[in-house]
Design a protein around this ligand. Structure first.
Ligand code: UT7
Length: 325
């Protein structure tokens, strides 16, 4: 069975508050707080990009596992905001960390569900003989979306989280995972320009399409609550456990109201659901591994604790994993 051997997380230093947004756009601390629970978020420094954040979190995870980069046998990295279009950010992490010439993969476009899907993929790689897999969730979302569109700009932040997984006993065992996709809902949350259908060119630039994240917030909200709740229960059933066994749920951090609705659907007490969205906003595929690293570092997870990781994002994709400390 695959285990988690080390945890890492990183957010950039620059803090952008709701009042900072209110000074720039037609919005307010009151609106953002009431609708999302977000108070502040981090922005990558001008000289930082996705690779820098990924390396910071990865180095911590590798060290936390008591390993050297040479001990890593594979890298799976989830991001919707890669360092560049090609090659994959995972290849750049392989070189940047100083790993051997191991295989690396980006899991791109899974939105905020990417890390939990990557964890599922890594667990199956370990089941077929791969040893130590570095799994990363990283985003520099604030660089690729419009900072003039108040309906999306205020929601997001930048950050990274990582785990090292391997076979045999570790700090926590991945008991099982479930994932699902509804590609028919793709247009509900999409950044359509920059691919082959609608390449970056003078027209996409003139129309402001190159960085326009199109989102039907209400539909995303409803589906996020439904899918994260269902996936949590499905993974519990898969591993033969029940909601009353759960010590902590770490859901994707998009919106406090979404998290509250999942908490209520699962019938959980508030203190059994991890929340840091007020501090960092939505950091895409990095929310779950970053929160996991934070929770472990704060001593919130001890031996015996059953933890559910669950996430939802563009695609739509959703996933949940059951992790036994
Ligand atoms: O990880 C997946 C990524 N996305 C999400 O998770 C998003 C999920 N959805 C949500 O979190 C919520 O739907 C939002 C926070 C995006 C919006 O909350 P809502 O309660 O669904 O508001 P709404 O979309 O119904 O908009 C209400 C009003 C609109 O004005 P009108 O049409 O009622 O006059 C918006 O134009 O709020 C307006 N609005 C804003 N006002 C002030 C939208 N953004 C802002 C803003 N400041 N930043």
């Amino acid at each position: 069975m695959a285990s988690i051997l080390g945890f890492g997380g990183y957010v950039p230093e620059r803090i952008v508050t709701n009042d900072d947004w209110a000074a720039r756009l037609d919005t307010s601390d009151e609106w953002i707080t009431q609708r999302t629970g977000i108070k502040r978020r981090r922005f990558a420094a001008d000289d930082q990009a996705t690779l820098d954040l990924a390396l910071e979190a990865s180095r911590k995870a590798v060290a936390d596992a008591g390993m050297e980069p040479a001990d890593i046998d594979e890298i799976v990295l989830a991001t919707d905001t890669p360092e560049m279009l090609t090659p994959d950010t995972a290849a750049l992490v392989q070189h940047g960390l100083g790993c051997r010439n191991i295989p690396t993969y980006d899991l791109g476009g899974s939105g905020c569900a990417g890390f939990v899907q990557a964890l599922d993929v890594a667990a199956s790689r370990i089941a077929t003989g791969t040893r130590n897999v570095l799994v990363v969730g990283v985003e520099v979302i604030t660089r690729l979306i419009s900072l003039e569109d108040r309906s999306t700009a205020v929601l997001f932040g930048d950050g990274a989280g990582a785990v090292v997984m391997g076979p045999g006993p570790g700090r926590a065992s991945v008991l099982g995972a479930v994932s699902g996709t509804d590609g028919g809902s793709a247009e509900i949350l999409t950044l359509a320009a920059g691919g082959t259908r609608n390449p970056f060119n003078a027209t996409t630039l003139a129309n402001g399409e190159f960085n326009r994240l199109v989102m039907d917030g209400r539909k995303v909200f409803v589906e996020a609550v439904r899918r994260m709740s269902e996936a949590s229960l499905q993974v519990l059933e898969k591993v033969g456990r029940s909601i009353s066994d759960v010590a902590l749920v770490i859901p994707h951090q998009a919106n406090k109201r979404i998290i509250d609705a999942v908490t209520s659907k699962l019938g959980l007490a508030e203190d059994k659901v991890y929340v840091n969205v007020h501090e960092y906003g939505n950091i895409g595929s990095a929310t779950v591994p970053f929160a996991l690293w934070e929770a472990v570092g704060a001593g919130k997870l001890v031996a015996g604790d059953l933890v559910i990781l669950t996430a939802f994002g563009a695609g739509f994709h959703w996933a949940a994993a059951a992790v036994q400390f």
